[in-house]
Write a protein that binds this ligand. Sequence first.
Ligand SMILES: [Mg+2]
Length: 104
Amino acid sequence: MEIKELQNFAKEENERGRSKTKTSEKESILTTAIKLGEEVGEVSEEVLKHFNYQVKDKSFEKNEISYEIADVIIVASILADSLGIDLEESLKEKMKKIKERYEK
Ligand SMILES: [Mg+2]
């Protein structure tokens, strides 16, 4: 899958969400940022299950953690779309910066 496909999906989801909730641009960005935190928490929960650190629900399934990681990527992409960020460009630039750290 190309990053462009993810960006287009995020744009559609962002527009669908905005028209459904009828929120302002500011509210939409704020709620998406909060939602991103929620999704990261769900990944953390699955990792805790994987290492058997959850007291109540210990039912770890690899599918679940993969879906939660996908949720993080999708919601982050929606946030990027809301802020007018070209995700492909920002990923390229950031990956280049990370690589450069190890070349020094
Ligand atoms: Mg989730």
